[in-house]
Design a protein around this ligand. Sequence first.
Ligand code: NAP
Length: 251
Amino acid sequence: MTGRRIAIVTGGARGIGAAIAKRLAAQERAVAVLDLDEAATADTVEAIRAAGGEALGIGADVSRAEDVAAAVARVADELGAPTILVNNAGILRDNLIFKMTDADWDAVVAVHLRGAFLMSRAVQTHQVEARWGRIVSLSSTSALGNRGQANYAAVKAGLQGFTKTLAIELGRYGVTANAIAPGFIATDMLRQTAERMKVSYEDFLAGAAKEIPVARVGQPQDVAEAAAFFTSDAASFVSGQVLYVAGGPKA
Ligand code: NAP
């Protein structure tokens, strides 16, 4: 590592975002743990501090421009200029297309796509000034299509195009942009999916593991390791890529 760098991880209160925040802190990054509710970030922030790292909890809705501006300004004030961004905040509003409401569609587009756009636009100002930066966005194997997820599949595919474009525009400033497309990762998000499919969470995990070549479901830490690589100083020639972290070659 070369010196202290400041990272923002959106949706860092739990699940994959919490694992990424802790992993980046272990890599000597000062980490702003951003989530809807600032109080909900306390566990992640405390875990980082207990391990000797530096962390700050921030409450913000990534889909709201004024929240994003205030959050990024607060990070710059309290930790320093952010040059690492992980666009991880996400929600599900699953339904088959004939039952999907306008609100289901808009909510998913707002958090994943508008959120990643607003956060990236705000953070790239600091990255370009520093002539160094890393942007990682969470796509998904659902980008390849998934029953009940027309909204989610669309935004997760959209984030891949967004990532490749950021890579092209920002590369000359020392900024890389990459996407991680996880497969089945055991988090609260999938509890919701199990409920929707009317199976117990345990049966849901066991059923999924049977379909995965490495014969297990993924853990948040599996995704955090990929984020650690993409945000490392050593990954400066890797940009515009989509890494499937799915225990096999496809969803
Ligand atoms: P999770 O456990 O549901 O955590 C998502 C976090 O994002 C929550 O803390 C949530 O806050 C926060 N969040 C939601 N809307 C937000 C907003 N508008 N502004 C700020 N924060 C917001 O999800 P996860 O499973 O860790 O997933 C993390 C990312 O990986 C998501 O982008 C997801 O689509 C992607 N992913 C997950 C899987 C998987 O198998 N789990 C697979 C592929 C991709 P609240 O708790 O307040 O709602």
